[in-house]
Design a binder for this molecule. Structure first.
Ligand SMILES: Cc1cc2nc3c(=O)[nH]c(=O)nc-3n(C[C@H](O)[C@H](O)[C@H](O)COP(=O)(O)OP(=O)(O)OC[C@H]3O[C@@H](n4cnc5c(N)ncnc54)[C@H](O)[C@@H]3O)c2cc1C
Ligand code: SF4
Ligand code: SF4
Length: 396
């Protein structure tokens, strides 16, 4: 739907300018003009007594012939030629969906010098691998990755395509979905399929994690979803599995709008909190950047990684790559120690799947205790040094 001004009828009375709750109408050249911040709420249509604003329904995209689409695909992300762990999680989930639907699981694998790794995807559950291996694909590029996946999907018509909700997946997957005129559900935490109809039930947290919304794409195919890292179980490796590898020749068509000049690894990213089994996280309760040393020391004796709340990141005590939560990373370690963290819903959304959560907070009513397996009511500056001392003693 869209909203437009019929210039001939507009008398420039400006009623709509004040009526628009989003400040989306300006006067330009003596006529009302609707800017890009319009949310299409429709309030202006009702207030204009000259009927100079109208609502327009967009032509509906015709529903797809659903029966023409078959198979489950996953986009198998790689980093410097190594299959990313999120790809193994997608293969695990994709395998379950494909088995329920009695169809094949395929992986789309894009990069350079990755041919030897394609068989790993078969060992982890794929029946078929579409491999695009070319020097021009060494670095991730939205345009080339989207072009390859879109062309393949148009040709082979998969019923479902999944990607990780990673920086790469989030970046190029929407482009593919819009090129294919289909829906995309971002950041899913649970997937299921109706074995009869093939409708994918795509569940994701909504409203800051307060509810879980299940979204479906009933009229269009493929059904596309990005899936949060560390939420699904990775597919186990079975070297006896067999499958086909189909090589896709890559030819660049059109200009790439971005060019990678140099890749600089951020210092904070050398510790990948998404992969860590033990995480020690600090919040604003630590009081200063210097006190983060305490967290680092505890992480070190436990062999874990350091994470933080947005509160601590906003204070400038630790860089953003360490942030856990709704606008940070989702983690799922075996042990998560939350130090001086209040337990805001936006933080909890990123760590609540941890196997064991230990919370240290001086406020006994802090919400973090609602998700904690073990809670310690106390001052982090007293409790953490005792923990470090005890662990050191235990480890000799
Ligand atoms: C759209 C949106 C997205 C957001 N995304 C994220 C996100 O991704 N990640 C995230 O973390 N937050 C996120 N937030 C912010 C979130 O709402 C909270 O503000 C933030 O998590 C609070 O951080 P904190 O727990 O470190 O600080 P505070 O809320 O200030 O809590 C500090 C805690 O430390 C305790 N404390 C104080 N001193 C001590 C002491 N000496 N010993 C022990 N305990 C002590 C206090 O009792 C308190 O509970 C988001 C907010 C919004 C609106
Ligand atoms: S209310 Fe109607 S007539 Fe008045 S400025 Fe807006 S569009 Fe024009
Ligand atoms: S539709 Fe709503 S947001 Fe858009 S211009 Fe009218 S009043 Fe403003």
């Amino acid at each position: 739907m869209s909203v437009r001004v019929i210039s001939d009828k507009c008398t420039a009375c400006e009623t709509c300018v004040t009526a628009c709750p989003f400040g989306a109408i300006e006067m330009r050249d003596g006529k009302a003009f609707i800017t890009e911040v319009c949310t299409m709420c429709g309030s202006c249509v009702e207030v204009c007594e000259f009927k100079a604003i109208e609502r327009m329904e967009e032509a509906a995209t015709p529903a797809a012939d659903l029966s023409a689409y078959k198979g489950v695909w996953v986009f198998a992300e790689q980093h410097k030629g190594d299959v990313a762990s999120v790809a193994l999680e997608l293969l695990g989930e994709g395998r379950k969906l494909a088995d329920k639907r009695k169809t094949k699981l395929s992986a789309v694998f894009i990069g350079h010098n990755i041919k030897s790794k394609a068989k790993d995807l078969i060992a982890h559950g794929a029946d078929l691998v579409y491999l695009a291996d070319d020097p021009a694909l060494k670095d991730f590029n939205d345009d080339s990755y989207a072009a390859i996946l879109t062309t393949l999907a148009r040709k082979h018509k998969p019923e479902i395509i999944l990607a990780g909700a990673t920086a790469i997946g989030r970046s190029f997957f929407p482009k593919v979905a819009s090129s294919l005129y289909t829906g995309l559900t971002a950041d899913c935490t649970v997937l299921d399929i109706d074995a009869e109809t093939g409708h994918l039930h795509q569940t994701r947290p909504a409203f800051g994690g307060n509810i879980l919304a299940t979204i479906m794409t009933p009229n269009h195919r493929p059904q596309m979803a990005t899936v949060r890292h560390k939420v699904m179980k990775p597919a186990p490796r079975e070297d006896s599995r067999i499958g086909d590898i189909i090589e896709i020749p890559y030819t660049q068509s059109g200009d790439l709008r971005t060019r990678v000049i140099r890749t600089i690894e951020e210092l904070g990213e050398t510790v990948n909190i998404c992969e860590a089994d033990i995480i020690v996280a600090g919040g604003r309760g630590l009081g200063s950047a210097k006190n983060f040393q305490l967290i680092e020391e505890l992480a070190k004796v436990l062999g874990g990684a350091v994470a933080a709340t947005r509160g601590a990141v906003d204070e400038g005590w630790i860089p953003y790559p360490h942030q856990v939560g709704q606008t940070g990373k989702t983690v799922c370690p075996k042990l998560y120690i939350a130090c001086g963290i209040s337990g805001a819903i936006q933080h909890v959304a990123g760590m609540q799947s941890s196997d064991v959560i230990v919370a240290i907070n001086k406020d006994p009513d802090a919400p973090i205790f609602n998700v904690a397996t073990y809670g310690i009511v106390g001052d982090v500056h007293e409790v953490v040094p005792i923990m470090i001392k005890k662990i050191r003693e235990m480890r000799g």
